[in-house]
Write a protein that binds this ligand. Structure first.
Ligand SMILES: [Zn+2]
Length: 400
């Protein structure tokens, strides 16, 4: 089914949900009037705050809940937990979509799998458990921690596929897990950190397949890489993606940075419609041998809610932390100060780490320029950055 028809079918379902029907009414829209993707792009966005306000109501009052719900995960947001609802039909479709990506990752039903994500409350453990079971692989729900026991079980059962955050995978690799040929990483920035995939690969001391994913509790899965290592492919039968300029809310062309906006193409409980993720990304059309096209070259690069304009160029300060993670000598902590000198914007950056390495500083300066398209007037390293804001915009007296 073409994407427009899928969206139209899903909109009919959303029209039965009070939360969305109110939005359509406020915008004086009728679902039947959505006859093109351009019409669709006129539907008001959903912002995370209004969605959370609805989803946190008790099930009897929450219009995003349905009586068909069979799984309730809870996901942390700040100090609070909010529910993520799935019906059996939602789980079945999620598993189908994931199974296609497991095949593209080179996993077979004969593989033994170990999942080291948490199963308690949060979504990740059961998410992986369910999709591998659906696919036919044999899965041990290891859960997090207890690395000595994990290593023993991985070796006893000749685990071929490990699902883990990259740090834990490296720890297990150092202890020796020779049967593992594929790892699914998550829970930490990975492909967005330059040099990190190579570091994990080196810890295994052999050629392994590393599959990176991007998702959020409210929408799993969103994107995943395959064994051809061509970036993270959008699961475009599951989710409709748009990338917008976070300030003007206008769409940006493929290849340009912007905020990722998500719409579930088929979801019964807690569906998303034009949901503003606040995540900074780039989408490209790439032909991959696995058959997928729409791709994020790397996982998300930062947050869009911190966007500034420097000399007319869009600048997302949280990208700095992502870049700093590529340098073992620096922490991801930084302070960037924006000033205006005789009407010209200036940028100075303080990073935390080992001081005195001019070569690294030059490399960082070039790296920042290529990623942000901005020249930093000054970059200094300090052993410790005092607690305080990461961004000081003296032009507007704004800090965050
Ligand atoms: Zn692929």
């Amino acid at each position: 089914m073409a994407v427009l028809e899928q969206l139209q079918a899903q909109l009919k379902h959303l029209d039965t949900i009070d939360f969305y029907r109110r939005k359509f009414q406020q915008a004086s829209m009728e679902i039947g009037d959505i006859n093109s993707l351009e019409d669709f792009s006129k539907i008001p966005f959903t912002n995370p705050k209004e969605f959370q306000a609805e989803i946190q109501k008790p099930p009897s009052e929450c219009s995003l809940y349905t009586p068909e719900v069979t799984r309730v995960n809870l996901s942390p947001s700040g100090q609070e937990l909010y529910p993520v609802y799935q019906t059996n039909q939602d789980l079945e479709f999620m598993h189908q979509v994931c199974a296609r990506s497991l095949q593209a990752a080179g996993v077979t039903p004969q593989d033994m799998v170990a999942v080291t994500f948490g199963y308690h409350l949060f979504i990740a453990g059961l998410f992986y458990q369910g999709q591998f079971e659906y696919y036919g692989s044999k899965v041990i729900p290891l859960g997090p921690g207890e690395s000595a026991r994990a290593v023993q079980l991985i070796n006893d059962y000749q685990i071929g596929v490990l699902v883990s955050n990259p740090t834990f995978a490296m720890k297990l690799a150092e202890a020796g897990i020779p049967s593992v040929h594929t790892i699914f990483v998550g829970g930490e920035p990975f492909t967005s950190v330059q040099g990190y995939p190579e570091k994990v690969r080196a810890a295994f001391e052999r050629d392994i397949t590393i599959i990176d994913s991007y998702s959020m509790a409210l929408c799993m899965p969103i994107a995943r890489s395959c064994r051809h290592n061509n970036g993270l492919h959008i699961m475009d039968e599951f989710v409709y993606t748009e990338v917008i300029d976070p300030a003007s809310c206008e769409p940006v062309p493929l290849g340009e940075k912007g905020e990722l906006v998500l719409t579930h193409l088929r979801k019964q409980a807690s569906p998303l419609l034009r949901y503003r993720t606040g995540d900074l990304t780039v989408l490209e059309n790439k032909t991959c041998a696995c058959g997928r096209e729409l791709t994020m070259p790397q996982s998300v690069m930062g947050r869009t809610d911190d966007m500034l304009k420097i000399k007319g160029v869009k600048f997302w300060p949280s990208q700095i932390a992502t870049i700093l993670r590529s340098y073992p000598q620096f922490s991801p902590k930084y302070r960037v100060v924006v000033d205006s000198l005789k009407g010209v914007d200036t940028l100075s950056l303080l990073v935390e780490g080992k001081t005195g390495d001019a070569v690294v500083l030059d490399k960082l300066s070039t790296h920042l320029k290529s990623e942000t398209l901005l020249k930093f007037n000054e970059i200094r390293i300090t052993e410790k950055i005092e607690d305080g804001p990461s961004v000081v915009d003296n032009r507007k007296g704004r800090t965050f």
